[in-house]
Design a protein around this ligand. Structure first.
Ligand code: DUC
Ligand code: ZN
Ligand code: ZN
Ligand code: ZN
Length: 482
């Protein structure tokens, strides 16, 4: 069976041109003029782009005494409706749980996925078993490891554990990720706020200022460089974090930053809303920031110092959020966004001139495919690539509302935002997965995407220095090399 997408304008991370795309089975077979196939999708007046890849989701994640409300079925339906064809979730070991065992649990959990998917493996504790099993999960196609520098007493790992794990990542060609906030300081600030009776959701933001994020990003970069490994910083939310990443990159280090669509568009005033529920629905970590920090993130995306826009989709119902009435520390941290990432970024980014169309494709798909070592199988419009594509109508409009979303929760943090520019058809490996407002992919249609170790970019500056010039110890008064 062949399928042709006809009459559209192809937009990739580096090119914009008019051509048809012939798909044979799951892959792109030909790109050219006047192509014919068994079936035709008319894309005239529309853009054809690589499907979105969201490298940061939490489906049915056990967290803060509950578990996130979207599972792989509802969560990936939301993804497809929003033009995202691949999601990367976090497999998080409970205390003492092995990595192989954890991977197995997440493979089970992801069975119902409608999009293709992958995992990052959490390093939530450290020990010989974790050390031994890291290469085993890499063999399974999971080549990235996530570390929490916050959530003290739960997911958090300390500097010695971070350094040991980063060093192991360097040895096995894997990429470390960090949730960068100083967890000790956050815990102390939380207690201080509670002690003076600041118990509401606004105190959540006060307890996690940009300083705690900036410090942790700087520390993680130093640890990664000393371990000789690149670093990916998830949910980069402020200038202090961005500045650290920018500075490291200027020095030649491979450090990547990932703003979330929520942080780009929503600001800290959301927590001042007198309605407890409104504010609690928006509690996530890091919290939303002020306009100056938002401007920094937008600038980073166009300048290339930040590379990826994700969602950290981690949805909780109102009932779950109410666990934190009277104690903001117990409000489950997380917001949705998977269905709205592309349309909101297009509306607030491309339509305002902050991003070009090609930059839009880079930050929603191509860059992360390269970083995660799955390019050009994913994230590309090239002959031989998997046909994960969207037909994107730049004139289509809608007002975002929870009433018509695929996530199971009863609200949407983007409620009421009018977007112009929407995916109207989503193809997953050559099959129509979403069209005319309807998710067509079935539960379980998604497939695990193996990611090989040692991405082309898996070298850090300290390693690179050793490669070009073996280290010489220089002591005062003694010439180097003696
Ligand atoms: N932040 C959130 O808001 N939710 C999930 C985990 C995280 O780090
Ligand atoms: Zn469950
Ligand atoms: Zn996080
Ligand atoms: Zn997260």
């Amino acid at each position: 069976m062949t399928l042709v997408i006809k009459g559209g304008t192809i937009v990739t991370a580096d090119l914009t041109y008019k051509a048809d795309i012939l798909i044979d089975g799951e892959r792109i077979a030909e790109i050219g003029q006047d192509l014919e196939g068994d079936e035709v999708i008319d894309a005239s007046g529309a853009y054809v782009m690589p499907g979105g890849i969201d490298p940061h989701t939490h489906m049915e994640m056990p967290f803060m005494g509950t578990h996130s409300a979207d599972d792989f079925d509802s969560g990936t339906a939301a993804a497809l409706a929003g033009g995202t064809t691949m999601t990367v979730d976090f497999a998080l070991p409970s205390p003492g749980q092995g990595l192989v065992d954890t991977a197995q649990a997440w493979f089970q959990k992801a069975g119902p996925a409608r999009t293709d998917y992958s995992f990052h493996m959490g390093i939530t504790w450290w020990g010989e078993q974790v050390f031994d099993e890291m290469p085993k999960v890499v063999e399974k196609g999971i080549n990235s490891f996530k570390h929490f520098m916050a959530y003290k007493g739960a997911l958090m790992v300390n500097d010695d554990e971070l350094f040991a794990s980063f060093t192991r990542c360097a040895e096995i060609g894997a990429l470390p990720l960090v949730h960068a906030e100083n967890g000790d300081v956050v815990a102390a600030l939380q207690q201080k706020l509670m002690d003076v009776g600041q118990t509401g959701p606004e105190a959540h933001a006060y307890s996690r200022p940009p300083e705690v994020e900036g410090e942790a990003v700087n520390r993680a970069i130093m640890l990664a460089d000393q371990a000789g490994v690149p670093l990916y910083v998830v949910h980069t939310s402020c200038e202090q974090a961005h500045e650290a990443i920018r500075r490291a990159r200027q020095k030649g280090m491979r450090v990547y930053g990932e703003p979330l669509i929520q942080h780009l568009v929503l600001d800290e005033s959301e927590y001042q809303n007198p309605d407890w529920q409104h504010a609690a629905r928006r509690v996530m970590s890091p919290p939303f920031r002020d306009k100056a920090n938002q401007d920094s993130l937008w600038a980073g995306l166009s300048a290339g110092s930040l590379q990826v826009v994700a969602t950290d989709h981690c949805a909780f119902t109102d009932e779950q959020k109410r666990m934190g009435v009277g104690d903001f520390r117990k409000i489950p941290n997380g917001t949705g966004g998977l269905e709205d990432r592309l349309s909101v970024l297009w509306t607030k980014g491309v339509r305002t001139g902050r991003l070009t169309m090609n930059e839009f494709v880079a930050v929603t798909s191509t860059n992360i495919a390269k970083i995660l070592n799955i390019y050009p199988r994913k994230g590309a419009i090239l002959v031989g690539a998997e046909a994960d594509l969207i037909v994107f109508d730049p004139a289509a409009t809608k007002t975002i509302t929870a009433a018509r979303q695929h996530s199971v929760i009863e609200y949407n943090v983007f409620e009421g935002i009018e977007v112009t520019g929407l995916p109207v058809v989503t193809l997953s490996r050559g099959r129509v997965a979403y069209r005319d407002g309807e998710v067509r992919a079935e539960t379980g249609d998604g497939r695990f995407v193996e990611r090989p170790a040692d991405a082309p970019a898996s070298r850090a500056l300290s390693t690179w220095k050793e490669l070009v010039a073996p280290r010489k110890v220089e002591r005062s008064g003694i010439p180097a090399g003696v």
